[in-house]
Design a protein around this ligand. Structure first.
Ligand code: AMP
Length: 419
């Protein structure tokens, strides 16, 4: 027996409607904010990710699905979206047509992490990138987009945390001071954080480990080291968020796991998720384009997990996923009605109405059970009388209400109820 690979999941026909519903709402939001979709390949040269995400990060260090193809080229399944988007932006000269390029993606991503609730090896992200502006209003726009998405799903109790991680002008000095301080408490840190002192010290402050938290309580924070440009950018961002009436908290310990971030870093979390509570994360990455061989192009974006979004939605029972149940199920009362049902079902489908009937010669009772299982909105039992009178009794399954309609007016009746 073959089984799906650990950390991957089949999305089965009975739950696909949730994904399609989520994707529909996402696309509506991206459209409202005027972001256009971009689809990049599922795999890229390995060096694209090691170069952009950074050798010292968890993703590149231990989580990538990399392999040599038959030409001995090292390729990697996308662990995140931004590097590929910027590669495509440079390769296709997207910056020539628009000074500010606004794109979004919805795509599977691959990371070899320890699978647990809310953490998979193939998972799905949606994300947006605004490429071409250093203005803090664009950071706020990207955050507003992410917030607007969660608002559309009526998700409450989200926490938005923001921070500035500085820039190449101010960060190195802070890094050196932080490193020195961290070395003095190295024996109190978790093995993971100890390893990070030299190559990724800011991540130590972001650790969820209790002993790390205690040991770093008094550590200097980046906030006091920001250069005046970074300070101004950070206060502009706050000004815009206030203007948009988006509540936020400043978390001076927040850093993103990826090396290419500059200035703004943000995270949206939801406490109902438990230990894996991050819904979305993003920030500014002014250096990435140049790092990948393009012109210097300031950019900002975010990425968010779809599985995590679905987990919150499922906890929050009041969401109507708008399921894709058939509008009508024709039950045939006897053998002669069967052919009529099949023909009427096809007629409905050709007229844009989702319809179903029985193809397995089942009893009336079994057909009713099937209609119920499929959540059909209306059921009509067809027998000799219905065929002769060219009219049927439609039973609305939600409340049992019956309506008598002629077959001629059935399509019109159902269209009205679908709208
Ligand atoms: P990141 O690219 O690591 O900043 O992740 C952005 C978002 O993607 C997170 O906030 C999660 O919602 C989601 N995510 C990241 N890694 C995983 C994973 N292994 N499984 C499921 N969702 C993930």
């Amino acid at each position: 027996m073959f089984r799906s690979i650990k950390g991957t999941k089949d999305i089965l026909p009975d739950e696909i409607y949730k994904w399609q519903f989520v994707e529909k709402i996402l696309r509506e939001n991206f459209h409202r904010f005027n972001y256009k979709e971009i689809r990049t390949p599922i795999f890229e040269q390995t060096s694209l990710f090691s170069r952009s995400i950074g050798e010292s990060t968890d993703i590149v260090g231990k989580e990538m699905y990399s392999f040599l193809d038959r030409s001995q080229d090292s390729l990697t399944l996308k662990p995140e979206g931004t590097a590929s988007v910027i590669r495509a932006f440079i390769q296709n000269n997207l910056g020539e047509a628009h000074q500010l390029t606004k794109v979004y993606y919805i795509s599977p991503m691959f990371r070899q992490e320890r699978p647990q609730a809310g953490r998979l090896r193939q998972f799905h992200q949606f994300g947006a990138e605004a490429i071409g502006s250093s203005n803090a209003s664009v950071d706020a726009d990207v955050i507003a987009l992410a917030i607007s998405i969660y608002n559309s799903f009526k998700i409450e109790n989200n926490i938005l945390e923001i921070n500035s991680v500085g820039c190449p002008k101010c960060r190195p000095q802070y890094r050196t001071i932080l490193q020195k301080e961290l070395l003095t408490v190295a024996d109190k840190l978790s093995p993971e954080s100890r390893q990070r002192i030299m190559h990724n010290p800011m991540r130590v402050l972001d650790s969820k480990d209790e002993s790390d938290k205690n040991a770093t309580k008094e550590m200097p924070l980046i906030f006091n080291f920001l250069c005046s440009d970074c300070q101004n950018h950070f206060s502009d961002l706050q000004k815009y968020l206030n203007l948009f009436k988006i509540p936020f908290t400043i978390n001076n310990r927040l850093v993103r796991g990826l090396d290419y971030y500059t200035r703004t870093a943000f995270e949206i979390s939801n406490s109902s998720l438990g230990s894996q509570d991050a819904l979305a994360g993003g920030g500014r990455y002014d250096l990435l384009c140049e790092e990948l061989g393009g012109k210097s192009t300031p950019s900002v974006g975010f990425a968010a997990g779809i599985e995590r979004l679905l987990m919150v939605l499922e906890k929050n029972k009041n969401i109507d996923f708008n399921s894709e149940a058939p509008e009508i199920y024709f039950v045939s009362a006897d053998e002669t009605a069967r052919e009529f049902c099949i023909k009427t079902t096809i007629d409905m489908r050709l007229n844009k109405i989702s319809a179903e009937c029985d193809y397995l010669n089942r009893s009336v009772k079994a057909q009713m059970r099937d209609a119920n299982r499929q959540n059909a909105k209306f059921v009509a039992v067809i027998g000799e009388r219905e065929i002769e009178s060219k009219s049927i009794n439609l039973k609305q399954m939600s409340d049992g209400k019956e309506t008598h309609v002629t077959l001629n007016s059935l399509q019109k009746f159902l269209t009205k109820h679908t709208d």
